[in-house]
Design a protein around this ligand. Sequence first.
Ligand code: NAP
Length: 146
Amino acid sequence: MSLYDDPEWAPYLEHPDNLKLKGTAVITGGNRGNGRAFSCAYAQAGMNVAIIYRTSEDAPEVAKRIQRQFQGVRVQAYQCDVRDFDKLRETFKQIEADFESPITTVIANAGVSTVKPALQLSHDDFERVFNTNVYGVFNTCRVAAE
Ligand SMILES: NC(=O)c1ccc[n+]([C@@H]2O[C@H](COP(=O)([O-])OP(=O)(O)OC[C@H]3O[C@@H](n4cnc5c(N)ncnc54)[C@H](OP(=O)(O)O)[C@@H]3O)[C@@H](O)[C@H]2O)c1
């Protein structure tokens, strides 16, 4: 089934279809939410897309569906926690090797939130958000710049 005929995918596909780009884009958290919209947009524009996810087991299938929809591009999922700098660096190297081209676009989108009143927010809750949303973005930008 075309992604355009699947109501679950409709919100991810609302963007103009006249943009043409080349190269490889890495989208952290590119398997769902806002990140899936980035993955679809870059694949539709003609870029190969590497999706970095943390735990979602369906991420490889999400990548396959996007690749099937937008022919001529390669879309692949990589499991990596953006809080782990060394693993992230290895993953970027693996992506460049697999795609046989340099990474030209990086979207540091992966993030988490804990919605609780401040007085119920534990140190661990806050640390998880801070480590992902601050160090995770720093790690992604740092590795991308290397
Ligand atoms: N939605 C909003 O209204 C909103 C508003 C403002 C800002 N944002 C920000 O926009 C970004 C995306 O939001 P969203 O609502 O689309 O989030 P989401 O649907 O909850 O998806 C989060 C994505 O980030 C990935 N992720 C989380 N922690 C990770 C880690 N440590 N390493 C690698 N990947 C990780 C998840 O992978 P898994 O699927 O494997 O867990 C998932 O793909 C976040 O940074 C969020 O804070 C969102």
